[in-house]
Design a protein around this ligand. Structure first.
Ligand code: LLP
Length: 465
């Protein structure tokens, strides 16, 4: 996932393979701005507590408990705005709600001029209930139910992204029965191997999403969609995967999507007005990752599409993109309280926190790498090689696989794992009946719970047996 192999840091002679962790000793009190939310700082005084949005983490822990996802609202808004500004008025930015969605987030996106990509009835309901105009919503998914499709069309969503031949018919049928003509895009798979984890690569052919370009299937899907009265085909969609740093996959995708637009023009005399290049831009989970800035990405994508269209003598379509992780990922960290500390001689020290794989499944699922820091105080103690683990009944319950933490770490200390804004709360579970943490937004010295902590009553309310 993250490209970083191991944390750069001081050597731990007893434990580490020779030559493995070379380089200068990292200052464990330093907070790399690449991986921490923008307003995070460590107080310069002797105690060195970390603050975010003008509030220190000890106060946040007292007020809201731990574990908690702490989200820097100013940072979120700024990243959303940066994407919006980078793409300008002739393109659309759809925030991918699957990364993290709540009503507050929907309102911020609306205020910052972004659109929203939803992929389930639940996400659609959240978006609509927070006042996102339906025409700014795109509805995705490889297996949308008829009732989800009906709700989306009734609400008037701006586009439905069709994912299969069956869905072309299904959506056309529902639209027609509601007396509507639904704007749609067709999601194609362009046959690109994105350089990312297998589970989150989506444009190669052997997976469940989209309609393959290969073998003329995408062209056939376009033929069918153009014939159906219930559908208004507005464009072609491609999403190649997630946590990608290398732009070359997007380049190939754009080339192939534009190739299809050209074939459509040649066969049907129609120039489709839109293309969507999906999301997937990577973020820094550790200091070794170097993500690109939105304006670089916008410039690169716009240039690729314009160049390809010029050479195909097509009008450049309106471009849209769907960043999720790149907007919300870096804006939050998970605040944990340290519990049991177990040094294993000759191996490492296991540091248990009060959450785990139920609030961050990404380490177990994708071998994701994270960084971690002691945040309730500064420490100049010798570094120790640590593994941060949760409280679940499973040895794979690992939050941070390899990290250095100060050797004087003690139960009751607060540690934080940065870059947990995306795909952590949204993939959280109740495993072992552990309660899902709240999301606390911080800004200008104020903290506000935007998703409250789950309670035992919440658990028992669902258990009706
Ligand atoms: N658009 C479509 C059609 C998608 O399927 C996705 C992500 C996105 C946009 C947003 O991708 P992003 O910019 O956030 O990378 N749970 C995995 C990631 C799964 C991504 C699924 N689709 C993880 O934690 O890494």
């Amino acid at each position: 996932m993250s490209r970083s192999a191991h944390p750069a840091g001081p050597r731990h002679a007893d434990v580490l393979p020779e030559g493995h962790y070379s380089g200068p000793a990292a200052d464990l009190n330093a907070l790399d701005p690449k991986v921490w939310a923008q307003t995070v700082t460590r107080d310069a005084d002797a105690n060195g507590v970390v603050t975010v949005g003008g509030i220190d983490v000890k106060t946040l822990a007292e007020r809201h408990g731990t574990p908690a996802y702490v989200l820097d609202e100013a940072d979120f808004r700024e990243r959303a705005r940066a994407w919006r500004t980078a793409f300008g008025p002739d393109a659309d930015v759809f925030y991918a709600g699957k990364a993290f969605l709540s009503r507050a987030v929907v309102r911020w996106l609306h205020e910052e001029g972004l659109n929203l990509d939803v992929c389930s009835g639940g996400e659609l309901a959240t978006a609509l209930s927070a006042g996102m105009p339906a025409d700014r919503i795109a509805f995705h998914g490889n297996n949308k139910s008829v009732s989800e499709i009906t709700r989306a069309i009734e609400a008037g969503v701006g586009r439905i992204v069709l994912d299969s031949f069956q869905e072309i018919v299904r959506v056309a049928h529902v639209a027609q029965s509601l007396g509507k003509r639904q704007p749609v895009q067709i999601r194609i798979t362009v046959g690109v191997e994105a350089h990312t984890h297998e589970f989150i690569a989506t444009a190669h052919e052997d997976q469940k999403f989209g309609i393959p370009l290969a073998g003329g299937q995408a062209a056939e899907a376009v033929r069918r969609a153009l014939q159906l009265d219930g559908l208004e085909l507005i464009g072609i969609h491609s999403h190649i995967g997630s946590q990608i740093f290398d732009m070359s996959g997007f380049e190939v995708a754009a080339h192939r999507v534009v190739g299809l637009l050209k074939d459509i023009r040649d066969e049907h005399g129609v120039e489709l007005p839109e293309i969507d290049l999906g999301g997937g831009l990577g973020i820094a989970y550790t200091s070794d990752d170097d993500p690109r800035e939105p304006h670089d990405i916008a410039k690169a994508l716009t240039e690729i599409v314009t160049r390809e269209c010029d050479s195909a003598r097509l009008r450049t379509p309106r471009i849209s993109v769907e960043p999720g992780r790149a907007i919300v990922g870096p804006t939050a960290f998970t605040l944990y309280e340290v519990g049991t500390i177990k040094p294993l001689d000759g191996l490492r020290t296991y540091v248990s926190v009060d959450g785990g794989m139920s609030d961050n499944i990404r380490t177990a699922l994708y071998d994701a790498e994270y960084s971690v820091a002691l945040v309730s105080r500064r420490s100049d103690a010798e570094p120790m090689l640590a593994r941060v683990v949760g409280k679940h009944c499973e040895s794979g319950d690992i939050v941070v696989k390899d990290a250095f933490l100060p050797g004087d770490l003690a139960p009751g200390d607060l540690i934080a794992v940065p870059a947990t804004g995306a795909y952590c709360r949204s993939m959280a579970s109740n495993y072992n009946h552990v309660l899902r943490p709240p999301v606390v937004a911080v800004k200008d010295g104020e903290s506000r719970v935007i998703v409250r902590r789950e309670t035992e009553e919440d658990l028992l309310r669902l258990d009706v047996g």
